[in-house]
Design a protein around this ligand. Structure first.
Ligand SMILES: Cc1cc2nc3c(=O)[nH]c(=O)nc-3n(C[C@H](O)[C@H](O)[C@H](O)COP(=O)(O)O)c2cc1C
Length: 229
């Protein structure tokens, strides 16, 4: 199934078989091209076995993706943007996936990556049974009027995006053809990058991201950037 259709089907998976992923699938995953929001920010990622991470989840699968970044302005939304494409891709391969904000590297079995900050990990593997959503009713999400200054069906993919503890910290305002993207100061900018990834995947050909001074400041929100779709 194409990635843009996975937006409406994906669901965090917390039930995996204990079978490690086969080497060919790991190579396919490593080769999948991810588009960055900020190409100049260095990112390093790897697929590691479970013993390299410390995670309190009893369901942690045999392998995880670990993500590191250079700490530069925009790095969190860049990571959310990049690896939500990976979340959708892994779902499209029939695998189960879950972002793991609570995961940490195991200092006993890993060494630090020079000049990079560990940001987050994604658990993935063979799911136990079918993990996909069958209909939109099974999404627990804010209604459209709570995430935008005016209803806009083009924002539906962003509305359905996953976020840490389902916080959905994004807010969108409109100005002509441009949509400005904000993140609640209480939320994580990484989540805003995830919502932007859904807008990109749903509008792959036309999606354009930029920063502009010509936008309002919203109290309680951080400006993330602007898009045309
Ligand atoms: C950045 C991020 C971190 C997350 N961390 C965890 C986690 O540590 N443990 C967990 O069980 N789920 C985690 N999740 C999954 C969210 O709880 C889930 O995406 C959200 O509740 C929406 O549900 P859905 O992904 O099934 O649509 C995380 C999601 C994101 C985006």
């Amino acid at each position: 199934m194409p990635l843009n259709e996975m937006i409406f089907k994906r669901k965090s998976c917390r039930s995996f078989t204990n079978a490690p992923l086969d080497a060919a699938t790991i190579e396919t995953v490593k080769a999948f091209p991810l588009k960055p929001l900020y190409p100049e920010i260095k990112v390093h990622w790897d697929i590691v076995p479970r013993d390299k991470v410390k995670c309190i989840c009893p369901w942690t699968p045999p392998q995880l993706i670990t993500v590191y970044s250079q700490e530069a302005e925009g790095y969190l939304e860049n990571i959310g943007f990049l690896f939500q494409q990976m979340d959708l891709y892994l779902h499209s391969l029939g695998l189960g996936v879950c972002w793991l904000g609570m995961g940490r590297m195991n200092p006993k079995t890993t060494t630090e990556v020079e000049g990079m900050k560990f940001v987050i990990m994604l658990a993935f593997g063979y799911p136990k049974g079918d993990q996909l959503r069958r209909d939109l009713k099974s999404f627990r999400r804010k209604p459209m009027d709570q995430i935008t200054d005016k209803p806009d069906s083009r924002l539906e993919p962003a509305r359905l995006a996953p976020s840490a503890v389902n916080s959905q910290p994004w807010y969108f305002t409109h100005e002509g053809d441009t949509v400005h993207v904000y993140c609640s100061k209480k939320g994580s900018r990484l989540d805003s990058g995830i919502a932007l990834a859904h807008l990109y995947v749903a509008n792959e050909k036309s999606f354009c991201f930029f920063k502009t001074e010509h936008r309002a400041d919203l109290p309680g929100y951080t400006y993330i950037g602007s898009v045309t779709l």
